[in-house]
Design a protein around this ligand. Sequence first.
Ligand code: DAH
Length: 506
Amino acid sequence: MARVARSSIGASFWALPSALRPLLRSASAVRVARCTYSQEVSPPQLTIADQDYPKDSWTNVPASILSQYGRSLHTEPNHPLSITRKLIESRFQNFRHHNDLPGVVTVHQNFDSLGFTPDHPGRNRTDTYYINKDTLLRTHTSAHEVDIFHANTSDGWTLSADVYRRDAVDRSHYPIFHQMEGALTWDRSQYATPGACTEAIRQSFNHLPKHDLVVEDPNPTFHPERNPRQESHHSAAETEIIAAHLKRSLEDMVVTIFTAADKALAASGQNAAESKEPLKVRWVEAFFPHTSPSWEMEVWWRGTWLEVLGCGVIQQDLLIRAEQPNRIGWAFGLGLERLAMLLFGIPDIRLFWSRDARFLRQFDEEKGLRRFMPYSKHPAAPRDVAFWLPRGAEAEGETVIAGTEASTSSAPNAAGGRLAEPSVDTSTHPIFHENDLMEIVRNIAGDGVEDVRLIDDFVHKKKGRRSLCYRIEYRSLERTMTAEEVNGMHEKVCRELVEKFGVEIR
Ligand code: DAH
């Protein structure tokens, strides 16, 4: 569980030229720990896709992210992410599919245009890659909703793209992943009466494909406190039919995906007993700033409930901002990696980034879905790092964020869902945030790290200090790493933890 208190001070240690930092460092390790997020002092700008952006104290995009920017895996022919995208798109027949929107967006597009409050935790520099205070790497495809509604080129659309989040390191999290956004709206002004528009949505609903999926949907469509309808904008009947249309459309999409996954599994001879269970979905009430009411869809797959997507009835204020006050409708967002991993049986998210032919040649969009056949398994090299947090981390008013659950790609705190972190003042920085540790590890070990997790957390009563211990599993997908190589990386990680956060290695 996250242990959270508030940080009061924010010294700009990392904004200092490196030559001056030792002066501060020797004075007090505690003060050193409050870093802001400026990268190296020069050059004064970041260049992304041939465009220069001025840096400032918000800049926190590392070179490792920039070097992957623009790979566009979701449009690479025969790539599993592209195959997954196309499979989903095939269920949204009359929609327009946008697949090439660049990932640099404004803070306004990513947050404000969607109605995110100024203190929403998704805005934190610990969670989001900022190019500067006004510009960032989109944290979700919803960043383009207002623009697409504004352009108004089709009633229905999907948008698939790469998104960026500072997050945990494990086999299902990578700082860059892919989402698909989708929306369908109806224009009330095209109907003689509001009732006629509702009726048109009902007609469309009646034509949606039927399925024999088991659906658990225990809650009322809307609830005044938990999941309100937008009373000043939508009638109860409108909300009901938009929600029904949304749910049926997404259930149909999921049936398609999971039936394909089951077929591929059977073809590979791996059809385990548990996959004979009927496919089930359930609708869980959720919160997103840009929809109300909102839900997450979970799918029962081989013994667990998987969170697959977030969705809801579009906030009318968003459509008003997009100068489409007469349109009403629904939207959803989902993580493509999670679905692709299920579809193809891909065990580690890093594989999507592999340029290894042993991976890439296994997928062929013409030949239908085939299960991934692992080609190698190299040994893991676990190393632990235990450290005392800087003195004072125990004091009232200090923030430490450790042992948080990794976010999921469809509804993490960057966008709403179930909030994992409380609101914080986005101008200060916690004394220790484990996403910073994750990034240190990723920057040093690259794709040679499989998992990082908190394994111990205690307060030494006498010393009055808090200790954390993380286990880092080093493992390459491509080769066996030597002990020296792993030790070298691990030492670097320890050194950077000391330098950047003023921790004391135990
Ligand atoms: N943007 C959300 C996320 O990243 C997902 C989402 C939820 C998209 C609800 C939507 C929506 O369009 O209506 O988790």
